[in-house]
Write a protein that binds this ligand. Sequence first.
Ligand code: F6R
Length: 618
Amino acid sequence: MCGIVAYVGSQGAMDVVVEGLRRLEYRGYDSAGVAVQTPRPDGRWALATEKRAGKLVNLEKALAERPLPAGTVGIGHTRWATHGGPTDLNAHPHLDDHGRVAVVHNGIIENFAELREELAGRGHTLRSETDTEVVAHLLGEVFAGDLAEAMRVVCRRLEGAFTLVAVHADQPGVVVGARRNSPLVVGRGVGENFLASDVAAFIAFTREAVELGQDQVVELRADGVSVTDFEGRPAVVREYHVDWDASAAEKGGYDYFMLKEIAEQPKAVADTLLGRIGADGQLTLDELRLDDADLRAVEKVVIVACGTAYHAGAIAKYAIEHWTRVPCEVEVASEFRYRDPILDERTLVIAISQSGETMDTLMALRHAREQGAKVLAICNTNGSTIPRESDAVLYTHAGPEVAVASTKAFLTQLVACYLVALYLGQVRGTKWGDEILAVIEELRDAPKQVEQVLRTMEPVRELARSLADARAVLFLGRHVGYPVALEGALKLKELAYMHAEGFAAGELKHGPIALIEEGLPVVVVAPSPRGRSVLHDKVVSNIQEIRARGARTIVIAEEGDEAVAPYADHLIRIPATPVLLQPLVATVPLQVFACELATAKGHEVDQPRNLAKSVTVE
Ligand code: F6R
């Protein structure tokens, strides 16, 4: 949600900043803007800025027509609008009355109305409708030669969540950043340094990063970085090496990041399994910093997550309860803390998040910890806030996910959930070692099986194109197929902007079956006939019921399942897997389906309207 980049060094700052914004555009694309420090003929310095509503390309065009003066210190922003519409005026950076300080911001300043009134009372003219602009005016007021000190003073007055990055014309060679509940990382180069919402922005220049903690202010110069808390006390920070390179964040010959990320799933699944099994055949999850005694004492598991990550959690529930016999609840993170959930030190809360920055999930985990529960994060982003604030973390190794619609992160979240469930089964003794090994072996087959599904997707693409004019699509499933149906519907909504709903197939007769009309496409995820056959039989009946009412049935069924064939207008085959692992293969055709249908409708697949990749507001 909003991307921020800053550069101090010897290269042309605008080139570095705009390149960084390109890599962060997935975070928001309502507007983009930059500011650069430039020397004036009288020996003083000035700030030059440019900003444009709409995608980054609008800003790039403006900069090509009217380049900013050269400079080696600059900041940039790509926006997902919260306060004030997506206009040129509301685009960041925002300046104070004298144009001496420029600020970019990610997050929401909750007390901005009060600060705005106060500033107006002191004669300031606020031009935009944003909450950010108050910070520029406040910084301009308190600045007395040290921007970092001014930032600390201002941050102490702010409420809410924010990453702020600022430059001042009267302190050349310096960029200052601050963070509270919103991401900001430092990239350390040689004779140059970077700040960004995400390492992707500077990965082409350096892979050495510094993680900033909560309520910290960073001062960046070409030859150094210093970090304090909001009171000015030196802060301890963690340095780390980013283990992927710039090519991982490029499209690599695909038209869209989403296509590339769908294709990367076999590797992402294999990477997430890598190194988890010790020489003795025992599962060892070394990043899991909870001790076994804690895990043995767990009486309840609660999973919190949003969107696609929530669907991974909904699938995990089946595996956790089946393999460990520990009751497991799953809840959308945004609802969790408001219902006063019953939590104590015997509750294990699992927070699932690709970005590690989703505010709803972060607030849920904070609430859980306040109540004494232990929190385990499943996350794809090293150094992000959610794993940092958790008692334990299991990283997924999907690599950078750039397309807004989550694909490879989802599959790796599933793998991580299965591993956690097996681990719980291992330490609690509810699963024998050989049973665990058998599941691990089945998981090890998953990359090959996903690859096989990907090889057979042409008919799915063709079908998707033929449905470009459909008004709605329904998705049905039972057991783990139900969250898969929800995920299929979510993908279609967010990418193709169509009415798409997922239902538990058994619920159909309690109301939704009234939606079925002649020709309505209905995707059904059929469970394996080799599992609990009663489940399979029920789904076959459901398919017949909807077909009898005119639905055009699209059935995802495993190879060899002939019972569904007579009732499927379109049959999508997936490899046979154990029942609980089926989502790893059944979700893939639904991702391909949504991506192709959206493309056929002429939509922007990587950047769907109104959305952003990382949702850092509640
Ligand atoms: C949908 C999608 C979102 C995210 C959700 C949580 O394709 O990507 O629903 O899954 O916003 O994001 P993370 O996993 O970053 O917490």
